[in-house]
Design a protein around this ligand. Structure first.
Ligand SMILES: Nc1ncnc2c1ncn2[C@@H]1O[C@H](COP(=O)(O)OP(=O)(O)OP(=O)(O)O)[C@@H](O)[C@H]1O
Length: 313
């Protein structure tokens, strides 16, 4: 694999004693979009900050396009653009000035043609002389991206790029990120939104409590995510599932009061009509039926439970 970024056995214990990262190994392929999913406090920002040289790892090595992130911090950092979660810009500065200034911070000579094009690509050209405080929230986010790309980095980190933005802006951001990838930028984003990973990522990593639990091709993960559940509240509680229902692999919940069928939401045939026919045939009555899609949280719980079982075995 042609890795642009390699982490080996990276751990971080903060001064408070909190272990935010636990032996993380990760390779990012050149040119891919990698989505890092994880609940609050999982360690996503810590991981990004370590790669960007903002936080020092307790142990482990990080190579950024061949440069050691600690021993060769400057060349390593210059490969990276970081779009932080929170707005950290001078509100009184103009869009144009702040973008050019960011480029200078990385020791790059001014390149008007590049920064002008960047503002055009991000639909900020008309606003180039506006003060940042005068912009809408969505425009401000675009300014953060312009700043992050101002020094022509090969890797772009987006920390929660669409947290708190409306649906149409989210779609715009997705388009923009896909466009950057088409031009060869490697993109790593953190997110809570499964749709975001679904829409954009080539690969997905799941992190929880500082541990990278899995890294998979999105297509493979989506198969696991596409599970739905059908719950039937039974008229009469059941002690065991009749053998005639074996092919649906049902489970009995709530002390026999509910029958649960888990199926693949993307499958052409869900198996529900035949299940309902069979229940009628067997004279099994139900009062109510309910379907639910597995949420990201369920998936985390599932993955974590699985891993812990595996570790215990
Ligand atoms: N400077 C610090 N000192 C002590 N603990 C910290 C520090 N920074 C982060 N932590 C802790 O480390 C853990 C991981 O935090 P981190 O910000 O990396 O999580 P995250 O996955 O980015 O979460 P979120 O989705 O909420 O942004 C959390 O429990 C957090 O409280």
């Amino acid at each position: 694999m042609d890795s642009i970024l390699s982490l080996r056995q990276v751990s971080k214990t903060y001064a408070s004693g909190h272990k935010a990262l636990d032996h993380v190994d990760l390779d990012i392929r050149r040119g891919e979009i990698f989505a890092l999913l994880g609940p609050n406090g999982a360690g996503k920002t810590t991981l990004i900050n370590i790669i960007c040289g903002i936080v020092r790892p307790s142990t482990g090595t990080i190579l950024v396009d061949g440069h050691d992130a600690i021993r060769e911090a400057r060349p390593a950092r210059s490969k990276i653009g970081l779009v932080p979660q929170e707005l950290a810009v001078d509100m009184f500065e103009t869009v144009n000035a702040t973008t050019r200034f960011s480029r200078g911070l990385f020791g790059k000579a001014p390149d008007r043609a590049y920064t002008d094009q960047l503002l055009k690509d991000l639909s900020l050209w008309d606003k180039r002389d506006a003060k940042i405080m005068e912009l809408s929230g969505g425009m401000k986010r675009r300014v953060l991206i312009a700043k992050a790309l101002s020094h022509e980095p090969d890797i772009l980190f987006l920390d929660e790029p669409t947290a708190g933005v409306d649906v149409s802006l989210r779609r715009d951001m997705w388009k923009l990120v896909l466009g950057l990838r088409d031009r060869g930028t490697t993109i790593i984003l953190t997110t809570h939104y499964i749709e975001e990973a679904e829409e954009m990522a080539d690969r997905v990593g799941v992190i929880n409590r500082g541990k990278l639990l899995l890294v998979e091709e999105k297509a493979d993960l989506m198969k696991k995510l596409g599970k739905r559940e059908l719950d039937l509240s039974l008229v009469e509680p059941m002690r065991a599932i009749p053998p005639e229902l074996a092919e649906w692999h049902l489970s009995l919940e709530d002390e026999g009061h509910r029958l649960r069928y888990t199926f693949d939401a993307q499958a052409e045939r869900t198996g529900i009509p035949s299940l309902l026919r069979k229940l009628a045939e067997l004279d099994i009555g139900f009062k109510d039926l309910d379907t639910s899609k597995s949420s990201l949280e369920d998936i985390f719980v599932d993955i974590v439970a699985h891993r812990e079982e595996g570790a215990a075995a």
